[in-house]
Design a protein around this ligand. Structure first.
Ligand SMILES: NC(=O)C1=CN([C@@H]2O[C@H](COP(=O)(O)OP(=O)(O)OC[C@H]3O[C@@H](n4cnc5c(N)ncnc54)[C@H](OP(=O)(O)O)[C@@H]3O)[C@@H](O)[C@H]2O)C=CC1
Ligand SMILES: N[C@@H](CCC(=O)N[C@@H](CSC=O)C(=O)NCC(=O)O)C(=O)O
Ligand SMILES: [Zn+2]
Ligand SMILES: [Zn+2]
Length: 377
């Protein structure tokens, strides 16, 4: 019925940084060649959305429709799109996968570059926009813009999944859960019996814990400044919990080095705090410890350590979307979710709807919120 037409629907519009979003009626143009229009049914709220809304993101362009952890149903496809069709149940991918660019073909990274440059500029690959409101064009965000009832994305920025899988849960596979799990299993390649420390026990940190458990890690230490996270961490497989503010005179690095006979095999930053990133690196074992940065630090922040830390065999690396190739791997992860061997439901502590999405952002700032999912229609 709507194929080829401009659709009017509701969306949360971020008019400017640092202000709550407004629920508006917007127009969403039909998909052009190589594009897909999706009816978003559910979206998770990620800290990266809050970070961009706050104005801290150098790529944050306003006005925009934020949101990147979404699931929905394909409404229509543009010319030349052959791997998804109308009616497919899909998860959107902020890390695209074209399978043809140098990066996709390298076999060394999941960082497809086919649409990354335009994605960062808030436009579609042809450098134009599909959203408007009150006569003004709106920027796209992270190639997804899931805070709208309808969105248009590149054909490389979504994957069809088992239609029986509940999208109010699987939307979380579009970011937080896959990111943390993949950082442990793909990026760091945690080994059986190894020691792991995870700094920051939000959705991403909890998902790192599940990845470490999947990989057979022996000792898994969860670190968070909020004592309320201890029970969460233990439920997700941590063998120990440390609150670094409760160590008295001792700092977290020397404490970890002492209790692990020289440091950890693998550490992960899931806080976005550059001081924590340094601690995570320096808590690694001399000679072989590897620290993976997942957290997103605000504009202008830089990491520092003594080069000697690296000279003496510690390695510093980063992970985006857990090193996971979305189109190739998410259907298999959904299959694991459906057969009960991959947790997703357990991260959802709050739900909301599009009209109350700002309330969801308030929940996100509270320590007890792991993930809030918004119903969009
Ligand atoms: N690289 C990637 O692909 C992705 C990166 N991210 C980024 O990952 C980070 C984590 O996301 P998410 O799990 O959703 O965030 P959360 O805010 O839910 O989790 C972070 C946790 O770290 C805790 N924390 C804060 N300061 C410290 C500290 N000094 N030491 C130990 N713990 C601390 C927080 O406690 P409290 O709540 O009390 O502040 C909170 O429990 C964010 O920066 C996000 O932007 C997210 C998705 C993908
Ligand atoms: N736009 C920011 C960088 C934000 C960032 O690091 N994003 C992460 C994903 S965060 C998801 O919730 C990421 O995967 N980055 C890789 C990428 O290609 O964007 C800035 O400009 O600093
Ligand atoms: Zn995210
Ligand atoms: Zn590619």
């Amino acid at each position: 019925m709507t194929k080829g037409e401009t659709i009017k629907c509701k969306a949360a519009v971020a008019w400017e940084a640092g202000k709550p979003m407004s629920i508006e009626e917007i127009e969403v143009q039909a998909p052009r060649a190589g594009e897909v229009r999706v009816q978003i049914t559910h979206t998770g709220l990620c800290h990266t959305d809050a970070y961009t809304l706050s104005g801290s993101d150098p790529e944050g362009a306003f006005p925009a429709i934020l949101g990147h952890e979404g699931a929905g149903i394909v409404e229509s496809v543009g010319e030349g799109v052959d791997h998804v069709k109308e009616g497919d149940s899909v998860i959107l991918l902020y890390t695209a996968e074209c399978r043809e660019c140098k990066f996709c073909k390298s076999g060394k990274t999941n960082l497809c570059q086919a649409v990354r440059a335009t994605q960062g500029q808030g436009v579609m690959p042809d450098k134009t926009k599909r959203f408007s409101c009150k006569g003004q064009e709106l920027n796209h965000f992270m190639g997804c813009s899931t805070f709208s009832q309808y969105t248009v994305v590149s054909q490389y920025s979504l994957v069809a999944i088992d239609p029986k899988a509940p999208r109010d849960k699987t939307c979380l596979l579009g970011c937080g859960v896959t990111t943390g799990w993949g950082a442990a299993t793909h990026t760091a390649n945690v080994e059986k019996g190894s020691t792991v420390a995870v700094f920051g026990i939000g959705c991403v940190g909890l998902a790192v814990l599940t990845g470490a458990v999947d990989a057979g890690a022996g000792r898994i230490i969860a670190i968070d400044t909020n004592d309320g996270k201890e029970s969460w961490a233990k439920k997700f497989g941590a063998t120990e919990f440390i609150n670094p503010t409760k160590l008295g005179d001792k700092d977290i690095v020397s404490h970890l080095v002492e209790i692990t006979d020289g440091g950890l095999d693998y550490t992960f930053d899931c806080t976005g705090n550059v001081k924590v990133m340094r601690s995570a690196l320096e808590a690694c074992h001399k000679g072989w410890g590897i620290s993976t940065i997942i957290g997103v630090a605000a504009a202008g922040q830089e990491i520092a350590t003594r080069p000697f830390q690296l000279v003496t065999g510690r390695k510093w690396q980063g992970s985006a979307f857990g090193g996971v190739k979305g189109r190739s791997e998410l259907p298999g992860i959904v299959e694991r979710y459906m057969n009960g061997t991959f947790k997703v439901d357990d991260y959802i502590t709050h739900t909301t709807d599009l009209d109350n999405i700002n309330k969801g952002f308030e929940y996100m700032k509270q320590g007890e919120c792991i993930r809030c999912v918004a119903k969009m229609s």
